[in-house]
Write a protein that binds this ligand. Structure first.
Ligand SMILES: [Fe+2]
Length: 228
């Protein structure tokens, strides 16, 4: 079974639409989202509507938590300002969707046991796990029984790494890539082997950048052109 894997969309509905179109062309049957649906950019309600159409297995990110909390801590000025704006902009239905997101999911999909978290298995909302952190030791520390597939997000940098019998992947960020590639980043997981491939989609950066600049600091829009 082919699964489309997304993370860190951050209210960039323009990038999400491009990615969903590519995943439809790739004939994926299911979707996974590793959190951070909102924050940073200016189209939160549209982003949630698009996501609901594909009904993904989805967990909560630190920005999803931040927007549903009145006084979030540990965000920088730009993230905080954007969260405040996103909170005002979100419909009650959107807020309800975000409040209900679980911190982790462990389930069987396509015959494989899959674990999903935004940050790390032990600190699912806010710990950063980078490619170099993935090791046998990390899996032993994180799980009593490591699953066959682990999906993480939060770093906005994509990787696929096999450790023992476990495939660990981070699809990178749909809405705010930080790997110096401005294209929207996502992944296709093939459960048969299992294996995963990072993919990139061009989208209309001007459209979301111009819209964002109407309401939020210009710096958030500018970084999209550099993928950082
Ligand atoms: Fe994020």
């Amino acid at each position: 079974m082919k699964i489309g894997v997304l993370s860190d969309i951050h209210s960039n509905a323009v990038a999400l639409e491009a990615v969903l179109s590519r995943l439809e062309d790739a004939n994926v049957e299911e979707y996974i989202c590793a959190g951070d649906v909102v924050g940073y950019y200016s189209r939160p309600n549209e982003t949630i509507s698009l996501l609901k159409e594909v009904n993904p297995l989805i967990v909560r990110g630190n920005h999803d938590e931040g927007v549903t909390t009145e006084t979030p801590t540990s965000f920088n000025y730009y993230a905080k300002r954007s969260l405040d704006w996103n909170r005002r902009e979100l419909t009650e239905e959107g807020m309800r969707f975000l409040r209900r997101l679980p911190p982790t999911i462990r389930t069987e999909i396509g015959g494989r046991e899959v674990f999903i978290a935004h940050g790390s298995p032990r600190n699912p909302i806010s710990e950063y796990i980078h490619e170099e952190d993935i090791s046998e030791e990390f899996l032993d520390y994180s799980f009593e029984n490591p699953p066959e597939v682990v999906v993480l997000g939060h770093t906005h940098k994509p990787y696929v790494k096999k450790v023992g019998d476990t495939l660990v992947l981070n699809p990178g960020s749909v809405g705010q890539p930080r790997d110096r590639d401005p294209r929207a980043s996502f992944a296709v997981l093939e459960t048969e082997k299992p294996s995963a491939e990072i993919r990139k989609a061009w989208y209309n950066v001007d459209e979301i950048a111009e819209h964002t600049k109407e309401y939020l600091p210009r710096k958030l829009a500018d970084r999209l052109y550099e993928g950082k």
